[in-house]
Ligand binder design. Structure first.
Ligand code: NAD
Length: 254
């Protein structure tokens, strides 16, 4: 059963908000009355489509195009979004990339290139910090919250590559230090999703998919909405929770 919030007058910026977990988060927030800025890569048509869909449903949503993997563009994007929203209650730092379309096993070191490292570090780790830093003054002003999207790959699992896993472990650590650094005004938490059925770039074989269901205690894969529900809770509920990473994986890593 979904939890209902009264978010009228509240605002949120969701990075990577045009698809998957980010889109589900933006929709749940908007349906609870929040005005949402949907960040998307500038050339991604799903961004304007998502905004139009929410507006057509009678909700408040604005576009926030920009690349969080680019230092200057990330700051510009966050400042422009706050300008449009008028205030910022929540930042969902959700944009991420595996930078590979197939899983690279930990022993396949030759597949791990400098280019792969650069991409995952810039987007998954530095992007989170950049957006948090740029949003901090506005979040402090209204005692808001940050929710980062980490991964079980940052905790227990190998994930799509060892480089990806390292960036997500970095997000878990950054979440703790941002929670210390932005307290007492701003809470900072993370979710660590397990196997999610989203438009994520990494392809799963039928065997990997069946295996992820078999190994999960709750015997199914996560939906984007399963993750979004916890992101919204950490953003607007959970008043005494900060610095934590909540695993949402149906018991896959139990
Ligand atoms: P997704 O591919 O639908 O979402 C990622 C979004 O980020 C996309 O909309 C993409 O265009 C956007 N994005 C990528 N690079 C960007 C950049 N430089 N600037 C701005 N936006 C950018 O897949 P998803 O599963 O919804 O992924 C959302 C988050 O969840 C990611 O951080 C991912 O690492 C994490 N995650 C996913 C899974 C999974 O199984 N799908 C598991 C654990 C964690």
């Amino acid at each position: 059963m979904a939890i209902h919030y009264d978010l009228a007058g509240r605002t949120a910026l969701v990075t990577g908000g045009a698809s998957g977990i980010g889109l589900a988060t933006a929709m749940q927030l908007a349906r609870n009355g929040c005005t949402v800025a949907i960040n998307h890569l500038p050339d991604d048509p799903r961004g304007p489509e998502a905004v139009a869909r929410l507006v057509n449903e009678g909700h408040r949503a604005v576009a926030a195009p920009g690349n969080v993997g680019d230092a200057a563009d990330a700051v510009r994007m966050v400042e422009a979004a706050i300008d449009k929203l008028g205030r910022l209650d929540m930042l969902a730092n959700n944009a991420g990339t595996p930078a590979t379309s197939r899983m690279i096993q930990p022993h396949e070191l030759d597949m791990i290139t400098e280019e792969l490292w650069a991409t995952v570090l810039q987007v998954n780790l530095l992007g989170v910090f950049r957006c948090a830093k740029a949003a901090a003054p506005a979040l402090k002003a209204v005692h808001g919250a940050i929710v980062n999207t980490a991964s079980i790959a940052g905790l227990h699992n190998p994930g799509s590559s060892l480089a990806y896993g390292a960036t997500k472990a970095g997000v878990v650590n950054l979440t703790k230090n941002l929670a210390r650094g932005l307290a007492p005004e701003v809470r900072v938490n993370a979710v660590a999703p397990g196997a999610v059925d989203s438009p994520w770039m990494v392809e799963w074989t039928n065997e990997q998919r069946a295996n992820s269901i078999e190994r999960a205690a709750l015997k199914r894969r996560c939906t984007p909405d399963d993750i979004a529900e916890v992101i919204v809770f950490l953003g607007f509920g959970a008043a005494m929770v900060t610095g934590q990473t909540v695993v949402v994986d149906g018991g896959l890593t139990l």
